[in-house]
Design a protein around this ligand. Structure first.
Ligand code: G
Ligand code: G
Ligand code: MN
Ligand code: NA
Length: 254
């Protein structure tokens, strides 16, 4: 209960902070995008990872305020780095509760406009579970976002309740292959290999971009590259870090 009051204050008192993790082109290593990941600098407990406070935020509805803050910060940060590297986009995670709200559109258009960021430079990451509960209104909202140019990624693909039928209905632009499959590539697990291969092939058939998540080792990198995944994310390419650290990894315009 105390943590709830503290979390409420955290949003108002600027205790949240953003980290960014690069998403790279597997062939060249060039940074293509960065995923925004929120942390809480707690006055007594130190920097808390999302797992320590997002479940509480979801129970209490504070997640909406947190996600709004994150969208605004992420758009501002992306506008900054695009002055150096104009092709690099930003991705933010959106809670299921947020996807169900009509004002998601206003939040997104408000944040991109305030930052002077083109909506096509923003990707919203939604989990399968957030989408599967999707009503017609949710689908309509996703289509509206796409019309604005916003990109839509299906996060942790393969771990949720993966009904293939919704791939036909959701206007996604990319799939993120969950790291549980990628991590098993090291052991030469033929099933993990087949899973990543299948998701990659599925994505191509649907004209979706693919991100292999959680690439930690050279073996995993070689495997996802050999399979033909175009993009990768993981400690092998860069850990989540502050904006200034991300800036040092970007290739500036000539
Ligand atoms: O940062 P970390 O590596 O611990 O992230 C754990 C999870 O927390 C991520 O997989 C992501 O789904 C979730 N997460 C991180 N940042 C945000 C955020 O700003 N909003 C929402 N809704 N989820 C987030
Ligand atoms: O939104 P999503 O659940 O995909 O968030 C990505 C999460 O995965 C974050 O918590 C991030 O810190 C974590 N992560 C990113 N790269 C790696 C990696 O290479 N290995 C592991 N174990 N976790 C990673
Ligand atoms: Mn994500
Ligand atoms: Na993910």
């Amino acid at each position: 209960a105390e943590l709830i009051a503290e979390l409420r204050r955290a949003v108002d008192e600027d205790q949240l902070l953003m980290e960014f993790q690069p998403i790279v082109d597997l062939a060249t290593g060039t940074v293509r995008s960065a995923e925004a990941l929120v942390r809480w600098r707690h006055p007594r407990l130190g920097v808390l990872p999302p797992a320590r406070f997002l479940p509480l935020a979801e129970e209490t509805g504070l997640i909406l305020a947190i996600d709004r803050w994150v969208i605004h910060q992420a758009c501002r940060a992306a506008a900054t780095w695009r002055a150096y590297a104009p092709e690099v986009t930003v991705a933010v995670n959106i809670a299921a509760a947020h996807v169900r709200r009509p004002d998601l559109i206003a939040t997104v258009t408000g944040a991109t406009a305030a930052a002077g960021l083109a909506p096509r430079a923003l990707t919203l990451e939604l989990t399968e579970s957030a989408l599967i509960e999707g009503s017609e209104a949710v689908l309509e909202r996703l289509h509206q976002l796409r019309e604005l140019g916003v990109r839509i990624a299906i996060d942790d693909f393969g771990t949720g309740y993966s009904s293939l039928s919704y791939l036909h209905r959701i206007p996604a632009t990319e799939l993120k292959i969950d790291r549980s499959f990628v991590s098993r590539l090291d052991a030469g697990d033929p099933r993990a290999y087949a899973t990543v291969e299948m998701v990659n092939r599925l994505a191509r058939a649907f004209d979706l971009a693919v991100v292999a998540e959680g690439v930690e080792t050279g073996t995993q990198h070689a495997a996802v590259a050999a399979i033909g995944c175009v993009h990768g994310q993981g400690w092998r390419y860069g850990r989540p870090a502050g904006l200034s650290e991300l800036l040092t990894t970007l290739t500036p315009i000539d």
